[in-house]
Design a protein around this ligand. Structure first.
Ligand SMILES: Nc1nc2c(ncn2[C@@H]2O[C@H](COP(=O)(O)OP(=O)(O)OP(=O)(O)O)[C@@H](O)[C@H]2O)c(=O)[nH]1
Ligand SMILES: [Mg+2]
Length: 335
């Protein structure tokens, strides 16, 4: 099971994102879908989204950790199990003993993560641009989590998503400024030489959305949450997992091909020998022919699977539009 951490301070939109993401991805996008492993979680996520969509109420600030475990499918084939914990953002900054315990749990779970999603809310970016030092500190705080992770792990091959949540609060020009602010503040993720693969993506549940946690929602919730790029962070993680699988399959195929070439040379050698010499050298051509057929079958199977994974990868790549930016070791790249 791959661990994905979703990190953001209090009120950064984590819980809303998880509800919207589950709704979008349970229904599926381009035959890519997720299914919560547990029924209770399924009901909780459905109820969470129903409150937003139908009752038009924002969720309360989270007061506990919700564990979310999903299986991800591409064309009905299970390709990745992943889990993430919805922490209450307050426990990342609070200093009381209860939150200290939660903080420790959070750091432990962060340090074993295979992917991280940072939520940077648009309202905080606006406040920082207006000169609010606390807001700037909040964004800076995310650097601490990056360093905390880097102190235990290499970031190479770990997909890092920086989601600008509540992006409906920004117009096009403001969004482009927000991208600059994030890249400047979290420069470790976008600098050359750090080997980080980072996706910068605006995310929102709708347009002109306003209201306080637990309060009434004003504005429009997207009919199709995909419109707010809700699916992209999960797809970014899936993309990296499939790249990793392609690497493993390719190595596997390389080793099978080398085994096949060895068996072929031994068979050739054996067939050119007298029966006595073959017996003396311990070469059993019939056995080797069977072995060869098995290796050829495995190669054929692996090649078909590899082709399937490559097709899945293309499907995923096609979902990333011009709204997001992808950086690989500091270079702005296309998928
Ligand atoms: N404009 C806008 N506001 C949003 C959006 N998503 C969330 N919000 C606002 O952000 C507030 C906090 O969202 P939550 O999802 O509860 O934040 P959280 O990160 O889970 O917060 P904690 O549980 O306290 O850590 C909501 O009450 C809304 O007011 C969005 O897409 N657009
Ligand atoms: Mg929450």
């Amino acid at each position: 099971m791959r661990q994905i951490s979703i990190v953001g301070l209090r009120g950064s939109g984590k819980t809303c994102y998880i509800y919207a993401m589950s709704k979008t991805m349970m229904r599926g996008i381009n035959s890519i879908s997720i299914n919560p492993i547990d029924d209770n979680l399924y009901n909780q996520l459905r109820e969470g989204w129903r409150k937003i969509k139908t009752e038009r109420k924002w969720p309360e600030n989270s007061d506990r950790v919700t564990k979310c475990e999903f299986t991800c499918f591409v064309q009905l084939r299970p390709v990745m199990d992943f889990c993430w914990d919805d922490y209450k953002g307050g426990s990342l900054t609070g200093l009381d003993t209860i939150s200290a315990k939660e903080r420790e749990e959070f750091y432990n779970s962060l340090s074993i993560s295979d992917g991280i999603i940072f939520c940077v809310p648009a309202d905080t970016i606006i406040e920082a641009l207006e000169g609010d030092d606390d807001a700037q500190d909040d964004i800076n705080m995310l650097n601490r989590f990056i360093l905390q992770y880097a102190s235990k792990n290499s970031l190479k091959g770990i997909p890092i998503t920086v989601a600008i949540t509540k992006s409906d609060l920004l117009d096009k020009e403001e969004l482009s400024i927000a991208f600059q602010v994030v890249k400047k503040t979290l420069n470790n993720l976008f600098a050359k030489g750090t080997n980080v693969s980072a996706l910068l993506v605006p995310i929102s549940l709708g347009s002109n959305l306003k209201g306080l946690p637990g309060g009434e929602i004003t504005g429009t919730i997207n009919m199709d949450p995909k419109a707010g790029n809700i699916h992209l962070p999960v797809l970014f993680n899936l993309y990296f997992m499939l790249l990793e699988q392609i690497g493993e399959f390719s190595n596997n195929l390389k080793s099978l091909r080398s085994q096949l070439s060895n068996v072929n040379s031994t068979i050739n050698m054996g067939t050119n020998m007298s029966a006595l010499k073959r017996w003396w050298e311990g070469i059993d051509v019939d056995y080797l022919q069977k072995n060869k057929a098995e290796i050829e079958k495995s190669i054929e199977q692996k090649e078909t699977e590899l082709k399937g994974i490559r097709t899945d990868l293309e499907k995923i790549k096609s979902e990333f539009g011009s709204e997001c930016e992808y950086y690989d070791n500091g270079d702005n790249k296309q998928f």
